[in-house]
Design a protein around this ligand. Structure first.
Ligand code: IMP
Ligand code: MG
Length: 180
């Protein structure tokens, strides 16, 4: 285990099972639809690549990126879109893929923006949910697993851009982010 990680919350094996279970469910739910999968960079990348292997449907895949200005472990309400997708979503059923739904501010901003572009629907799949911390009025349609109110890293999730490449989800030791 990485020395900066206090404990492992979701193992590699569990992550794989989550991707398969959600991918199979999405395959059933989106049959016959014009599916556009949109990953929210960068955190969702590991989850998206595993999840989509289990989505047995024709689909488009694209990415968006948003940045929020605030302290490094809490997102602020000031969201800026730094990479966008097509303006016209006519006919598409959009599935947003997130790493973690925390305050919900980021996803709510993206959701409200996409819904104005005439899609058939917009739904959300998140690997992790921290329901305790929700501020924005948004819920995910598909949730991998709920996590407690602790700062987690790995499998795409970062602290100051590090730890994304850990193959599991772990709780970051408090001393790592409290020393700054
Ligand atoms: P929200 O806007 O507060 O829901 O935060 C969304 C983004 O903040 C996520 O997509 C993550 O990039 C980041 N984030 C929130 N909680 C954590 C965490 O525990 N570890 C790593 N990143 C996090
Ligand atoms: Mg992040």
């Amino acid at each position: 285990m990485n020395k900066d990680v206090e404990k492992i919350l979701v193992t590699e094996d569990e992550l794989h099972k989550i991707a398969r279970k959600l991918g199979e469910q999405i395959t059933k739910d989106y049959k016959g639809k014009k599916l556009l999968i949109v990953g929210v960079l960068k955190g969702s990348v590991y989850f998206l690549t595993d999840l989509t292997r289990y989505i047995d449907l024709p689909c488009n895949i694209d990415f968006m990126q948003a940045s929020s200005y605030g302290s490094s472990t809490v997102s602020s309400g000031n969201i800026k879109i730094t990479k966008d997708i097509s303006e016209d979503l006519t006919g598409f059923d959009v599935l947003l893929v997130e790493d973690i739904l925390d305050t919900g501010n980021t996803l709510k901003h993206i959701y409200d923006m996409l819904i104005t572009r005439n899609p058939e629907s917009v739904a959300v799949v998140t690997l992790l949910d921290k329901p305790e911390r929700r501020i924005a009025d948004i819920t995910a349609d598909y949730i991998g697993v709920d996590v407690p109110n602790e700062f987690v890293v790995g499998y795409g999730l970062d602290y100051n851009q590090y730890y994304r490449n850990l193959p599991y989800i772990g709780v970051l030791k408090k001393e790592i982010y409290e020393q700054k």
